[in-house]
Design a protein around this ligand. Sequence first.
Ligand code: SAM
Ligand code: SF4
Ligand code: SF4
Length: 334
Amino acid sequence: MNVRDKFKRPIKDLRISVIDKCNFRCPYCMPKEIFGERYQFLKNNELLTFEEIYEITKIFSKMGVEKLRITGGEPLLRKDLAKLISKLKSINEIKEIALTTNGFLLKKFAQPLKDSGLDRLTVSLDSLNSESYKELNGQNLDLNKTLESIEFAKYLGFENIKINTVVMKGINEDQIINLAEFGRKNNLIVRYIEYMDVGNINGWKPEDVVNAEEIIRIIEKKYKLNPIGSNYYGEVASRYSFEDGKGEIGIISSVSKPFCADCTRSRITADGMMYTCLFTNKGHDLRSSIRNSNIEDVEQFIKGIWENRSDQYSVLRSLGKLDSEKVEMFKIGG
Ligand code: SAM
Ligand code: SF4
Ligand code: SF4
């Protein structure tokens, strides 16, 4: 089934958030002042079950989805996650399943995840300085645990592990070079992400963004970079190789250089709301649909949502035309 949105964009990727809880309190996503002990996260019966996620994913796969990304909150907090991944691997059309995690618990779960058939891992890591790492995760958690997890995942045979680093002015710009060198040394692809105005609570200001050009300038003080082409249509990161041939980095410049024209991504939250853009507040309730209708109706519902899609938030932001309310990042999962 060839399903296209209003700008003729196909639907190729599905990002599935499996939980809204997290063991970190990153300031740009879940500031600890807001997400204290009394914050009400979703209850277990509000989460999509594995069976529901599987059924929904099968429908998306018929419409063109080939890649899945499992995310959260912190996806490793969802019980038996590896079982879900094995189940999703059995869908013929799905070519690749990736997981985004903060990595803190990864050592414990890396083996079952490898056995489940998980294809790729992205670990979020904003600093290699143990004090600022503690500060940035908002929970005083130890950097070594995350580094050991990455090492262990490599040992188990995960290849081309990516590192996601959100760069914020005055907070972790000093880590740009460290992380580039860490990536080169350990065969990891570091992807620098421009700090984004996702959600409504992180107090984002344009001045807090370190843009792609600045990131490149900082790295090029030490290492010459050469742009390289994308791996596939709709890839979000601009890729650069180091001129000496050792390693590559990526930059996700959703603020300074919007890539909406190629955006083939759909997202579902842990409670089954479907979003067609990271920056919208208009969700569509797939959980009610899957719980109360037959599969054909759910299929028509999803198809209709994608065919009506005209999102291009980052383009509008760059033109100064903005919608105000947005879904929060810890719900939609990045
Ligand atoms: N908890 C997991 C993690 O941190 O990897 C998965 C969920 S997290 C929401 C997914 C990605 O979104 C992470 O790489 C995180 O750094 C990124 N992210 C969260 N808030 C962001 C923001 N305001 N700007 C840019 N990236 C952000
Ligand atoms: Fe948790 Fe990931 Fe959000 Fe950090 S970015 S608070 S690790 S969900
Ligand atoms: Fe896709 Fe929305 Fe991001 Fe544009 S702003 S690339 S439409 S998620």
